[in-house]
Design a protein around this ligand. Structure first.
Ligand code: HEM
Ligand code: HEM
Ligand SMILES: [Fe+2]
Length: 478
């Protein structure tokens, strides 16, 4: 029996760079899960690692690792598809490799800073070395600058390649999106002592990333994925992409207002934020219809079943996590009761996993397929394919389970702390010790272990799938 080893000669120049990004992404994903599990345990046993590895540090590592592994995933995905789409080799690829190492060194420094340097006076000088305190983008200022340089190099690689090669709907949208994606990061770097102002700009980064620019980016990846794995019609896929982008930006930009209800901004944000963010699920519905339509049209026949399954998981995860779970608490009348409770964490977990983790995992499967020389990964795998199916199931059940558990805790908080307790200090503590709250967090932990198990299987599968499969380079879709 032949064994297909990983061989970079099977990859084009951009794809060789992409697998570097994907590899770091997997490592950071592991870190995210590990620190999530520790933070979750600390909810149940507050004195665990107290003074050694505090909750705030674990939480910071958990969510920053997530943002960064997803960025690695997106950069990798863009490099992966760029040469196929433009028909030419990537312009300035050396810079791409340089920025990969720069970013990776910056990330290592950031993690060390998070873990070890969390003390000392907060002065203008320490901003260079300590956590900046802006949730999700807490990197110290020096690393911020490194990250911006990397994003600019990445943008240059993409824009220069697209303008020199063939411009398709996918690469055109991708290039324009990256202008916004890189530019937004700057909004989170202003230094101000006014916390309302700080939050005002910080939300530009976070909200406009996940509810505008990242959504458009995954729209591009999805479009490419459907063409690649199903052989879907480029014309139809691109038309959908334009519609989704228009709707996403149309609702998402002013939807920003749903974060301006309670931070001291003018009252008109109640109306603007409530209205536009309530419209945000519409493009997400369009994305589900689009993916299911294309898959159905091709009888769900693909040349890479795990990738296809994760693309479908993305379409639904995005719709439920962002659309349904987001809509639930986006009207100010409701957000008054749910703001900052576990309800928010419930939405945060399902949205980030459902919308973004899923589609990057799909890219990992595209990558290993080609890296092994273009194997077909269908239902009839030599080693039966139990690993990818079980990891798909465990990861989705785990995250969905955490989501439901957190929703129950959040529901209890909004009832007991907010509605009955009137948002008082006493109400807060009554809610924190209520059995429904505590049990929700116990279940979050149990479901967290299931998620972690799914992740371990995923890594194992990525390292082994397709090893013994026949090479079928010609028949793209079967
Ligand atoms: C993939 C897209 C999305 C992701 C990844 C996402 C993620 C998140 C996260 C992590 C938070 C918590 C932020 C914090 O730590 O304070 C949050 C808050 C929020 N999200 Fe989303 N979200 C997405 C889409 C949406 C959509 C489409 C809506 C509305 C329809 C929405 C409505 C909200 C609201 C209202 C809050 C504030 C919650 C509060 O007041 O505590 N989100 N989102
Ligand atoms: C594997 C098990 C996991 C556990 C035990 C876990 C646990 C936690 C904990 C304890 C927090 C802090 C919540 C708080 O401050 O109240 C948190 C926050 C968060 N986690 Fe996880 N997590 C896990 C996996 C994930 C995954 C897979 C994702 C997404 C891909 C994710 C995304 C987030 C986000 C976005 C936040 C911030 C939520 C907010 O501010 O509302 N986590 N997680
Ligand atoms: Fe938002």
């Amino acid at each position: 029996m032949t064994i297909n080893q990983f061989n970079t000669q099977n990859l084009n120049v951009g794809q060789k760079l992409a697998i570097k990004y994907f590899s770091v992404a997997v490592v950071l994903f592991a870190a995210q899960i590990l620190f999530g599990l520790i933070a979750g345990l600390q909810y149940l046993q507050p004195d665990l690692f107290y003074g050694v590895l505090d909750f705030n540090v674990n939480r910071t590592v958990h969510i920053n690792a997530m943002i960064i592994w997803m960025l690695y995933g997106f950069i990798g995905a863009s490099y992966w598809l760029l040469e196929d789409e433009t028909g030419i080799s990537i312009v300035g690829i050396k810079w791409g490799h340089f920025s990969f190492w720069l970013l990776t060194v910056a990330v290592i420094i950031v993690v060390l800073v998070y873990l070890f340097i969390q003390w000392g006076p907060g002065t203008d000088a320490t901003i260079w070395f300590i956590n900046e305190g802006r949730e999700y983008i807490e990197a110290p200022r020096l690393a911020d600058i490194g990250i911006v340089i990397c994003m600019l190099i990445f943008f240059y690689n993409v824009a220069a390649t697209v303008s020199k090669g063939k411009v398709t709907g996918i690469t055109g949208v991708l290039t324009l999106d990256l202008v916004a994606l890189a530019g937004l990061y700057l909004a989170g770097m202003f230094y101000t002592t006014n916390i309302s102002l700080d939050q005002f700009w910080w939300w530009w980064v976070i909200h406009l990333w996940v509810e505008a620019t990242w959504e458009v980016l995954v729209g591009c990846i999805m479009a490419w994925g459907l063409i690649t794995t199903l052989g879907a019609s480029r014309k139809i896929v691109t038309t959908w992409l334009y519609i989704e982008v228009a709707l996403m930006f149309g609702a998402g930009i002013l939807g920003l207002g749903h974060h301006y209800f309670w931070i001291g901004t003018p009252e008109y944000w109640f109306t603007v934020g409530g209205l536009f963010s309530a419209l945000e699920p519409i493009p997400l519905v369009a994305m589900v219809v689009h993916a299911v339509y294309d898959s159905g049209k091709h009888g769900f026949k693909s040349n890479n079943h795990p990738a296809m399954a994760w693309l479908i998981a993305h379409a639904f995860g995005n719709f439920f996590g962002a659309g349904v779970w987001g809509f639930m608490h986006t009207l100010p009348q409701i957000n008054l009761y749910t703001h900052g409770t576990q309800w928010t964490a419930s939405h945060g977990h399902l949205a980030f996993f459902g919308a973004y983790a899923t589609i990057i995992i799909a890219m990992f499967y595209f990558a290993v397929q080609k890296w092994r020389g273009g194997v077909t990964i269908r239902g009839d795998l030599v080693d039966s394919g139990w690993k990818w199916k079980w990891s798909l199931a465990l990861l989705n059940i785990g995250v969905m389970g955490m989501t439901i558990a957190l929703l129950i805790s959040g529901y209890e908080q909004s009832q007991i702390e907010r509605a009955i307790g009137g948002s008082t200090w006493l109400g807060y503590f009554q809610a924190q010790i209520h059995p429904w709250f505590v049990e929700g967090l116990v279940w979050r932990q149990i479901m967290g272990y299931i998620t972690a198990l799914g992740f371990i299987l995923l890594v194992w599968d990525l390292l082994t799938i397709g090893k013994k499969e026949p090479l079928e380079l010609e028949s793209k879709v079967a």
